[in-house]
Design a protein. Structure first.
Length: 212
């Protein structure tokens, strides 16, 4: 299986043709607990994982079936159960991946408001920035005369993690971040990217026995 995943035609290494947003969102949807443990350990400790995380984006914001490009796929939204010490025992986690350097702080605020307006009161907003050259703001501010609003959200950048830190982590999502760093550093070097991919595939095979 791994050998079939490694082989790719040369043209598939064209970064402009690969839908990275979709791939990131699929990975997050597949291992949200690992994502939260690595990036948001404090939040992770407050969640009761005995209750399954409930994906909510399709229910809250249905997407037309013909929209297949990652940037048009609904942000990842999960309803989670909190541990007993919280009076409000549920929370909603909104996760967005930003890979092209645009400022999406206003859109993060609008999503927060939509969730709040639908009765979600405990909302946790996260941005994962995968563009190596981008520096994303952590707030959205709007002011007009005596009226103002400031919305703050969590931002994590691939550059915040070293290769050694990710390689030695036992969290499977760390390998996804490592793959993201390799992708960014080999954007115009197909041969080096292939080497990285082979090495990562071997690491996955060694660490996770269920992969063949």
């Amino acid at each position: 299986m791994l050998n079939s995943l490694i082989f790719e035609e040369q043209e598939m290494y064209d970064a402009n043709k690969i839908d990275f947003d979709r791939h990131w969102k699929e990975i997050i949807a597949g291992m949200p607990d690992s994502f939260l443990l690595l990036l948001e350990p404090e939040l992770f400790e407050q969640i009761d994982f005995a209750a399954k995380l409930q994906p909510m984006e399709q229910e809250l914001f249905p997407i037309h079936s013909k929209q297949r490009i990652g940037k048009h796929i609904a942000d990842k939204i999960f309803d989670v159960k909190l541990k007993r010490k919280y009076a409000m025992k549920k929370a909603t986690i909104h996760i967005e991946v930003q890979g092209d350097g645009r400022d999406i702080s206003e859109r993060m605020f609008k999503m927060y408001y939509k969730l709040f307006d639908k009765g979600r009161k405990n909302i946790y907003s996260i941005v994962l920035v995968t563009d190596p050259s981008a520096q994303h703001p952590t707030t959205f501010d709007h002011h007009f005369l005596g009226t103002s609003v400031q919305f703050q959200f969590r931002v994590h950048h691939l550059n915040n993690f070293t290769e050694t830190e990710l390689f030695t982590s036992d969290n499977p999502f760390a390998l996804a971040l490592l793959a993201g760093k390799y992708q960014a550093s080999t954007r115009f070097n197909a041969e080096q990217r292939y080497t990285y991919k082979v090495n990562l595939a071997q690491i996955i095979k060694e660490r996770y026995s269920f992969v063949e």
